[in-house]
Design a protein around this ligand. Sequence first.
Ligand SMILES: Nc1ncnc2c1ncn2[C@@H]1O[C@H](COP(=O)(O)OP(=O)(O)OP(=O)(O)O)[C@@H](O)[C@H]1O
Ligand SMILES: [Mg+2]
Length: 424
Amino acid sequence: MSATVGSAAVSVEAVSKRFRVYRERNNTLKSALMRRGSSSYQDFQALEEVSLEIPQGSTFALVGDNGSGKSTLLKCIARILVPDSGTIRRRGRMAAMLEVGSGFHPELSGRENIYLNGSILGMSRSEIDAKLDQIVDFSGVEAFIDQPVKNYSSGMYVRLGFSVAIHTEPEILLVDEILAVGDTSFQEKCAQKFADLRDEGRTVVVVSHSLPQLRSMADQAAYLDHGRLKAVGPARVVLEQYADAERTNIRTDDNGRVRWGTGEVVVERVEVIGPQGPVGEEGLVSGDQVVLRLHYHATRRVERPSLGLTMDSAQGSYLWASFSRDQGFSPDYLEGRGSVDLVIPHLPLQEGLYAVHGGVLGAGPEEVFDFVREIAWLQVGTSDPRDSGGPVSMAGRWRMSGQTRTAVEVVSALGTGTGGKDGL
Ligand SMILES: Nc1ncnc2c1ncn2[C@@H]1O[C@H](COP(=O)(O)OP(=O)(O)OP(=O)(O)O)[C@@H](O)[C@H]1O
Ligand SMILES: [Mg+2]
């Protein structure tokens, strides 16, 4: 997991970069006179003493808010920008996909730009000849390949640029936010390509604002905040830190789970209990009653805590959260070991695997004793009658219209009783 010396594909040492930002020009004579003697520009520190190592073969995510310096750092690594101080060492052939259309000549055709771009990225003419068909094919812009690229849509630019970049077979690929421009099918194609590159031991550095996407592809990550490195390390930890900068003591525990909080109360486990008792290999089906039993250990007495459980799909999309305080349920205190149940009367999920995260929060709004990701998994099988698509199960039943029943009959037929609140 940790980068050992010598295994870095890129090593960034104490890199700083300033931009000179000039004051507005359409000033009045008065302000020009008042400014006399003082400079008409300001230096803006875009990167400040950033040091990190990108291990060879890793898929390395770069995250941070708008303006935090991600693109600047990628440009320094790609040698498009020169840092004011610090050094960057790179090992192996590199290709970069930075801004939409960078490296393209607008008047030249797609085909001519493949040659132009390929040679900028270090391919010989015969190498490009040999790969031309593959490049065009992967890009999906065959129909427009002999038109000038100034007529391309931004998605078409990105498809062609990405296709050239990966066909140079780089050992290090830098990708800045381009996936957001592509359509769904292109995004899937890229995700597959990134997985192939990783399997081949190549290094991918990717900037993205999509946490689900990064959670599923990145193994290492760095978090930039106003040009400074705020965190670097295993992606699962760093991405959670970026998701909420207020989290204290975020770490990986002995079981490899990501957790954070003060630790005064810890979540020991979350038990999944189905209609027949604790759920094992057999899993659950849609509509089952499920109890999520959160076992805690409070090393000191804590007053009025809140218990929380949340759920994601296996692909990392956020599906659900339930915090006991939002239902007006806060135990007077917790002390020692014990457990609290969340009763789900009818599991509203279709077939699939779902991750459960759980925690214990304090009385204050930001106070977290412990929050653990992936503390349990729900394996849900097909139910009968079955749903046909999507993650949720509505328990809908087909019938001919006109068979009107009273509201009371409908409610009892659906098995919803008097509502879901009496479980707690
Ligand atoms: N050529 C430039 N001249 C002046 N300032 C610049 C220049 N390039 C970047 N900056 C400034 O440096 C800061 C960092 O910019 P950068 O593009 O690296 O951010 P980013 O993290 O990539 O943001 P985003 O998420 O919006 O893409 C910003 O405040 C930006 O205005
Ligand atoms: Mg950027």
